[in-house]
Design a binder for this molecule. Sequence first.
Ligand code: NAD
Length: 481
Amino acid sequence: MSHDAQPDASLYIAGRFAEGEGEALPVHYPYDATVIATLRAATPKQVAQATAAAAAAQPAWAALRPVERGRVLIRAAQMIRDRAEELARLETLDTGKPIQETRVADWPSGAEALEYFGGLAPTVTGQAIPLGGDFVYTIREALGVCAGIGAWNYPSQIACWKAAPALAMGNAMVFKPSEETPLGALKLAEILTEAGLPPGIFNVVQGGGAVGAALVTDPRVAKVSLTGSVATGQKVYAAAAEGMRHVTMELGGKSPLIVFDDASLEDAVGAAVLANFYSSGQVCSNGTRVFVQEGILPAFLERLAKRLAAVRIGDPLDEATQHGPIISPAQLCKVRAAIERGRAEGARLVCGGPGEGAFVPPTVFAGVTDDMWIAREEIFGPVMSVLGFATEAEAVARANATPYGLAAGVFTRDLARGHRVAAALQAGTTWINAYNLTPVEAPFGGVKLSGVGRENSAAAIEHYSQLKSVYVGMGGVDAPY
Ligand code: NAD
């Protein structure tokens, strides 16, 4: 079957495809490096055209009844479901993630965000604050033009997670996908237009960090929502601060998963697998530091190695494939260097290793200590570090000894301990006897260096709107002179 995924053009501005006038951006299928499309980046002038189109269209969109805006988003969600197979295939070509994942995780999660925020839009109201005669009422207003910048691991989900709350609240968006995975956002733009979104409300520009930087500092941009690494987040946050722009920062992590000796071993092993190897380990919230209580450590490692030995690695378009390639040669180098570093530091390789071609198999290191590089830095690949611990207090203290705080997990059958540990862990999301489930109904985001703001849930509305207070004077004006 042909892998040609060439879109009509590279950019989407004011309701239409437009060709980029910047550098060429070849798009590779990570499995075999086939060029599946060649796009062109936006020039600074084209970034400005996109933000100008968004600024021009936004007031009329914000002036619609919320139920009318919501209807467009809900219609788009249905269209995504109707085109599920075609979209899953495109996502697999763009990212190299197995089709069995992209069918259930990527666009389906994006569709849920559109559905959720489409339904939420008409429920957003203000407050009336009585002052004994005079009163104040509040209005939750759109911010204006929002910039969305995405990472390559969940490109279509990220585009939807940002666009849905932004558009629901009456904002316009200019979205820049990762240069590694530029295709899904263009599909979203097409679908939104077909669903009835007015031209200019969702625009797509392409390119790398320089295009992202031009977007962030455009004077028309009121808010920046980034999903990416901590290093990029620090740059983007600083650039956004110049113009006092609002930000949402969804960044990286080195999340802990703590397994107590009373946990269901099978469930804890299953969670550790999901917390490290889904999407070839390229997941921001992954529980890459697995703390296992000493009494069950040998049994845990044995069961883990056995289950991982059965994983099917191969062509992501093959329905039987469970583990796909790494996104790019550059990322492959980083992951392999991390594995080499783990070995050199004295960690014991339980299974996996550097792999071959575009693949790194599920890799587990045991005997890892807190000071090792592999236990401190985000690898963003299929590399799990297993660390032993003795007491609850020790596990919590070591789990929190990181500058990151995106997510954390705890496995135990002791109800009180589960809640106590969840409360003590410094993370934006904490799972008890589960891992990496991020339903649209629940807030998602980080603490510490892992980010600012929340996506999903009603909490996201606050990050795509601002409050206006209207004071109503009901009597005369009592001036002192
Ligand atoms: P990255 O930081 O390299 O790039 C992210 C995006 O920022 C890309 O679109 C890139 O072009 C853009 N960018 C780079 N420099 C920029 C600049 N100076 N100004 C504006 N934009 C700029 O991240 P990545 O390698 O694409 O993704 C992996 C990282 O993303 C990991 O650290 C991962 O943990 C994180 N991530 C976080 C979440 C979350 O929700 N918290 C989700 C997915 C990925």
